[in-house]
Design a protein around this ligand. Sequence first.
Ligand code: F6P
Length: 344
Amino acid sequence: MRIGILTGGGDAPGLNAAIRGVARRAFQLGHRVSGVQNGWAGCLEDGMIDELSPEGVRGILPLGGTILGTSRTNPLKVKDGVATVIRVLRRNGIDGIVPIGGDDTLSVAAAMHEAGFPTVGVPKTIDNDLSLTEFCIGFDTAVGVVTEALDRLHTTASAHHRVMVVEVMGRDTGWVALVGGLAGGADLIVIPEFELTLREVVGHLYRRRGDGKLFSIIVIAEGAHIPELEEEAGAGQEKDAFGHVQLAKRGIGDALARRVERETGFETRVTVLGHLQRGGSPTPTDRIWATRLGVRAAELIAEGQSGVIPIRRNGEVDIVPLADVVKETRRVPKELYDLSKVFE
Ligand code: F6P
């Protein structure tokens, strides 16, 4: 058979490892592979699908980004979008597709399966917010970037006795902020799941000063809400094709830093890590799990399965329905959040 591969949504370190895993296993099983350029956008027009050769996926394991390109194009928002995607794939001789992506890409994948086109997903998102799976490609690398940034910010914060506010990605969840903040020894972590008021943040900073701690590191998720800052941080309402507000444009980190300095008089600086969290070479964990899940996805589609996705559950590869991983956003549980409270 001919297996198509595409990468959709925000790029993430480990996508190339997954592409390599799908392709190499497909070749080993005697199948042919095509790469779709730029996510679902490449299935809505002609000329965006090319044959992938074993040479074409050589040397890509350590590379960030995606050799196929990506986009946030949503065929569900295009008239007859899914039918067009299926028509273009069939015209290119593709018998089954492996979309690698997060909730947006995979919700289209679930619709493809429902429309009768063989589809097997692979979970990817630095936000780590897909249901059921303990692993999403890119999260581990993003957490590594946050951790290194916090290590670096600690020394400069301590030298200048400053408050450092560090804004990280994660959309509507606080996984990157919480896990990165724990790993990097943040003094306070503010995430969408557990709201804090400005008064609580300021109270925390005064308490630390009172204890003789002259600097503080606050990690805040881009989607976090602080009631007193809603007006200042509510401005950016630009949305992407899947209807998500572009949260970085809210500037919650900047708004918090300004208000903290105004309220306390403590010298405060802000660092927005932004797309640094999505760049560069994947960690060994991202490489290995992208490889395991990619290989399994190739096997599933080759076996004739559809509407499923390999995930990590209890440390092992498990197979679940595609529709189930996008049913709801997985949020940081209280138990994990409470762990950060031990170090405040
Ligand atoms: O979903 C991944 C993500 O990096 C989010 O954490 C962030 O809100 C969003 O994508 C940023 O999107 P863009 O790359 O379009 O700026």
